[in-house]
Design a protein around this ligand. Structure first.
Ligand code: NAD
Length: 367
């Protein structure tokens, strides 16, 4: 007889033909990484990339799991923060790949937040014209967003994420237990993206967040794992439908709140706000725009704003922030500007909120 409690839960899957992969959301999965990766990779050489905040906490666990599964290689730590997402650090990783004798069947492991994921993914996309990468995200933002979907890249001094490639990982291993050490401000910034999924696609997730926000802020493992799974499943589905963010495709919906957020981040030189904080303000403005266009009721706009506030995220700009003209000019420098037109993702409510079915995502649209 099958004992249901011991039956492993099926992983989430990004369906992309021969580039398909699983997303494992499981407390403690880092300790099982070696076995999972050994089944996916021909070679037995690897390089674990993390930063100086994360490496000392989780690097040994990951490296020893890889060793137990028969992998040989090394681990490297780079300085934390966006400043490492540069060509200089990509080159640094190529050097370490050569020293560790990686070949075309080897694998890079990105253990960290979105910075590590993007940089390591980019190095994997380009080293020997492309080797395998496995994403092991350790920030909430990277778990629900950056690690899934294959966007990799580095910054140019004049343009963020300007240089990059689509390179899907072989697997995404999400261990919610790593969030225990994540600074509170980073956790809240990640919650902005979780709220976004609730708005664009999942009324039940939105309601769950409304009811359980205190638990998230206390890092309740079950609540976090639930929200991560729901969010990762939405991202996986949208990426499966529209891998390369085609014009008019569903991947653009993931940019709800992001047109304004990018303008705010770039015009404050990426210093003032974390990405999620800028997205939080951007979502309030996108909801406002949706009301102006007659798509969203004021009551629903207020509900979105209230949830963002409950998460401890900003809902409006602060004094000293750039003025409207500066933001407007910055918006037009965004690489998502299409044919000289700004694109805002707006949302509308179609169902009876009393039933807590709020399928705004199905009718969300880019204008
Ligand atoms: P981050 O990678 O800079 O990490 C934030 C900070 O938290 C760092 O100081 C890091 O050392 C620390 N940290 C990470 N995990 C920790 C843990 N478990 N415990 C303690 N400290 C920890 O920031 P982020 O928000 O994860 O990622 C931002 C980056 O992601 C940006 O460069 C952005 O462009 C990129 N991004 C990429 C995609 C994509 O689709 N590829 C999507 C969204 C964002």
């Amino acid at each position: 007889m099958i004992n249901e409690t011991n039956t492993p839960k099926p992983a989430l899957r990004v369906e992309l033909g021969e580039r398909s992969y699983d997303i494992h959301v499981k407390p403690g999965v880092i300790a099982e990484a070696g076995g999972i990766i050994a089944a996916l990779i021909k070679g037995r050489r690897c390089l674990v990339v993390s930063d100086r905040n994360i490496g000392p906490k989780y690097g040994t666990l990951l490296a020893s799991s890889m060793q137990k599964a028969g992998f040989d290689g090394s681990a490297v730590e780079i300085p934390p923060g966006e400043g490492a997402k540069t060509i200089k650090f990509a080159e640094f990783l190529y050097d370490r790949c050569i020293e560790a004798k990686l070949d075309r069947d080897s694998v890079l492991l990105a253990l960290g937040g979105g910075v590590i994921g993007d940089l390591t993914g980019f190095a994997a996309a380009t080293f020997y014209r492309g080797i395998a990468v496995v994403q092991v995200p350790t920030t909430l933002l990277a778990m629900v967003d950056a690690s899934i979907g294959g966007k990799t890249g580095i910054d140019h001094p004049k343009s963020k994420n300007a240089i990059g490639a689509f390179h899907q990982p072989k697997a995404v291993l999400i261990d919610p237990l790593t969030l225990i050490s994540l600074p509170e401000r980073e956790l809240k910034a990640g919650l902005a993206e979780v709220i976004k999924y609730g708005v664009i696609d999942d009324a039940e997730l939105f309601a769950y967040l409304e009811e359980n926000m205190e638990k998230f802020l206390k890092k309740d493992p079950a609540a976090l794992a639930h929200a991560i799974e729901k969010s990762a499943a939405i991202k996986a589905r949208i990426v499966s439908q529209d891998e390369r963010e085609s014009a008019g495709g569903p991947r653009a919906l993931l940019n709800f709140g992001h047109t304004f957020a990018h303008a705010l981040e770039s015009s404050t030189n990426y210093q003032g706000y974390l990405h999620g904080e800028a997205v939080a303000i951007g979502m309030v403005l996108a909801a406002e725009l949706s009301v102006e266009l007659g798509l969203l009721t004021r009551a629903d706009r207020d509900r979105i704003k209230a949830l963002i506030e409950k998460a401890g995220l900003p809902t409006k700009m602060q004094s000293g922030d750039p003025d409207t003209e500066t933001l407007h000019a910055a918006s037009f420098r965004d690489k998502k500007v299409a044919a000289g037109k700004l694109r805002f993702v707006v949302t509308e409510r179609t169902d009876d909120m009393a039933k807590k079915v709020w399928n705004v995502g199905r009718s969300s649209q880019a204008v």
